[in-house]
Design a protein around this ligand. Structure first.
Ligand SMILES: *Cc1c(COP(=O)(O)O)cnc(C)c1O
Length: 452
């Protein structure tokens, strides 16, 4: 076997032990045996360091969770303080200040339109919670016929059985399809197709036909992340809000990836400038990439549907670590940053990225260079076999950790971009692209999905 360019003696030990002991996510392990995972020793700011001291710019914020760089001093201090006070207590029959404060502050960010925060742990658990709350609230109101869900073409909402049922990404879904509840899949408003109006019309047709049975529509606002950073405009969101109100269908806005400032506003939904949805899910960035936490915000109306002397009409869902105090303390530290003007910093940083990457639009093989705040993406024409994997491996030799989705290269960096970082990223991406496109590809190895 040829030695990969990132081979590292001390890291190699962790790589081999990892392959024996750890089943890695989103990975065909047979393939991982040939391309072992990069062993990371530490992180500081946007940089990750391997055991040989080589560094890599974390261009996808460690699967979209990191906001302010690794080992952020402010978040770490908040966690350490909470650790010495109360790491965790169950949230049934007990409560604690970090969970209460976080819920109050998030509700305030919606002007009080949403609240009654229900805590989960991973993103998928928040999606499960929102789906169950929607169905159960209709049921409690005597509408148990409303039990169907709608999602968008290529939408992604997580991979537990319920969340996967409203996820339309073949590679994650197909094997489990026989297990999944049936959801309606409506056309995507993908701006590259120029069909936002048709997508909305198709949604209306579906609502006209099925609204009596529809509990909720779930969408990713402005950017369909796992689909390959598919972007669309706020008019479509306004259209959906109007349809959901007209036909009495809940709107679940999944802000797990695009919330926490990623698109330039704290909630991506704010850009719709429309009444709030019935549910918002948050996770990923909410702890700045330090600890798992997810949550669901909903309306007074949904909450009231559960209010009863009857225990069975309550929402009895629970997770052991729901509302974990350490995670809530980290999330409060994240909100402190937004109170201190983070959104202005994001606007400036997004502009730096835009300017640095603008020349790539003229590259002969680059298509659809696009951006929403701190998400920048482009498609590569004729990338060749295993493009994403080759891009990823080549980028590592340019101090860049990046994982294209199919032929879409995207950056979703931590909010620590200065002019130097923007220039570094544009240079590293361009060098990598040209190198990858000039490679002659050995075809001994089958193409395999290389995602997110
Ligand atoms: C990542 C993601 C999820 C799932 O979150 P996990 O923490 O991976 O379970 C759900 N929805 C969206 C939009 C996501 O990007």
């Amino acid at each position: 076997m040829s030695q990969s360019p990132h081979f590292s003696p001390a890291g190699a030990d962790w790589q081999q032990r990892s392959l024996a002991a750890v089943w890695h996510p989103c990975t065909q392990m047979a393939r991982a045996a040939q391309l072992p995972p990069l062993a990371i020793a530490r992180g500081a700011g946007p940089w990750l360091y391997d055991y040989e001291g080589r560094r890599y710019f974390d261009a996808n914020s460690s699967w979209w969770v990191n906001l302010f760089g690794h080992a952020d001093a402010g978040i770490n201090a908040a966690i350490k303080q909470q650790l010495d006070t109360l790491p965790h207590v169950m949230l049934a029959g007990c409560t604690h200040a970090p969970a209460v404060r976080l819920a109050e502050r998030l509700s305030a960010l919606t002007g009080g339109a949403l609240g009654h925060v229900f805590y989960g742990s991973d993103g998928a658990s928040a999606v499960e919670i929102a789906l169950k709350q929607s169905f159960h609230s209709w049921r409690n109101r005597g509408r148990s016929d409303k039990r169907e869900f709608v999602c968008l073409k290529n939408g992604y909402h997580g991979e537990t059985i319920g969340a996967l049922a409203v996820t339309d990404v073949k590679v994650f879904r197909d094997a489990y399809d026989p297990l999944l509840m049936r959801a309606h899949i409506a056309p995507s408003p993908d701006a590259r197709l120029g069909n936002e109006a048709q997508a909305l019309a198709a949604m209306r047709d579906l609502f006209v036909q099925r609204h009596q049975q529809l509990a909720a529509l779930i969408i990713e606002p402005l950017v369909q992340g796992a689909a390959g950073m598919v972007m669309y405009g706020p008019e479509y969101l306004r259209g959906l809000r109007a349809l959901c109100s007209e036909f009495e269908v809940h709107l679940i806005v999944d802000e797990i990836a695009m919330g926490c400032g990623r698109t330039g506003t704290f909630f991506a939904w704010e850009q719709a400038q429309a009444p709030w949805p019935d549910f918002i899910t948050l996770s990923k960035g909410i702890t700045g990439g330090t600890l798992p936490l997810s949550l669901v915000l909903t309306t007074e109306a949904v909450y009231q549907a559960f209010w009863s002397e009857d225990v069975a009409r309550g929402f009895l869902h629970s997770h052991s670590y729901t509302g974990n105090a350490l995670a809530c303390a980290a999330a409060n530290a994240v909100l402190d940053r937004f109170e201190a003007g983070q959104l202005q910093a994001i606007a400036a940083q997004a502009e730096l990225l835009r300017a640095a990457f603008a020349p790539l639009a003229a590259h002969a093989r680059v298509r659809h260079l696009r951006q929403q705040g701190m998400v920048l993406a482009f498609d590569v024409q004729d990338g060749g076999l295993r493009f994403a994997e080759r891009f990823h491996l080549t980028a590592r030799t340019h101090e860049l950790l990046i994982r294209p989705i199919g032929n879409t290269v995207y950056l979703m960096p931590p909010y620590v971009i200065d002019a130097e970082a923007a220039a570094f990223l544009a240079r590293a991406v361009t060098l990598t692209l040209d190198e990858v496109l000039s490679q002659s590809i050995a075809s001994d190895c089958p193409d395999q999905p290389h995602v997110a």
